[in-house]
Design a protein around this ligand. Structure first.
Ligand code: HEM
Ligand code: HEM
Length: 185
């Protein structure tokens, strides 16, 4: 590459295989956690609800671990440059939207964990448990549950926009932006 070449004039490159793996595994887990969260009130109180919230929490906690690993990987393996022919406005919003997605993917589970722990509960992963031993505190739960819910709905809304944008690129613009994030070419 010569010194005069601009990075954005490079052909559109793909995300690396690890980033693609993180993206799709986490998309499935986040979708699952969101659906389970939305259905919590429909589950009968007592043991069925405990089991449901526990599964929701196990998935959520896995998301928290994965997003930390994903961000470490991303720091060491930065995403590919945006395609040169992208609209300037898209170029401007794309990275901040991705950063906001990451911020929410961290904050939603963090508030979920605090929400759970201040209900006086722990997480049962089957082969081990996390029991923080925090006493139930309804006033903390009231606030934290609201924050968890608000952030979760913001994440779902942003994921919706993000998905529409990806499909719009694929089927309307036909620029194959989606191909950058698919495991196959
Ligand atoms: C990306 C991950 C997550 C998503 C998308 C998510 C989403 C949701 C949603 C939509 C609700 C229902 C909110 C409402 O309408 O009031 C909810 C409730 C809840 N979430 Fe999460 N959550 C996530 C992670 C977690 C984690 C990691 C934990 C705990 C370790 C957790 C614990 C809870 C608890 C305790 C509730 C309230 C259950 C109840 O009402 O009995 N969540 N979550
Ligand atoms: C819960 C669901 C999803 C979440 C949380 C999510 C999150 C993200 C994040 C954080 C990035 C930025 C990656 C980085 O630069 O490190 C990204 C990129 C991307 N996502 Fe998603 N995503 C989800 C679902 C989807 C779906 C359903 C599609 C397609 C229909 C999609 C298509 C893409 C594409 C094409 C990129 C790369 C954009 C580019 O080339 O700059 N995502 N996603």
């Amino acid at each position: 590459m010569t010194q005069t070449q601009n990075v954005t004039s490079l052909p559109a490159k793909r995300y690396d295989v690890i980033a693609i793996g993180f993206h799709w595994v986490m998309a499935v887990l986040i979708g699952g956690a969101a659906i389970m969260g939305l259905m919590i009130d429909d589950v009968p109180r007592g043991p069925p609800r405990f089991a449901w919230v526990n599964t929701h929490s196990v998935i959520g906690a896995s998301i928290l671990v994965l997003v930390v690993l994903r961000l470490v990987w991303r720091k060491r393996n930065p995403p590919p440059a945006l395609p040169a022919d992208m609209h300037p406005l898209e170029k401007k919003v794309s990275t901040p939207v991705h950063h906001l997605l990451y911020t929410l993917i961290v904050l939603v589970p963090v508030f979920g964990v605090v929400n759970l722990f201040y209900r006086g509960r722990g997480i049962d992963f089957g082969f081990f448990q996390i029991q923080p031993g925090i006493l139930q505190n309804r006033s903390v739960v009231g606030v934290v549950a609201e924050i968890h819910s608000l952030l979760a709905f913001s994440l779902m809304g942003l994921v919706g926009l993000h998905t529409v944008a990806a499909l719009w690129h694929q089927f309307y613009r036909r620029d194959n932006l989606l191909g950058r994030m698919l495991p196959w070419k």
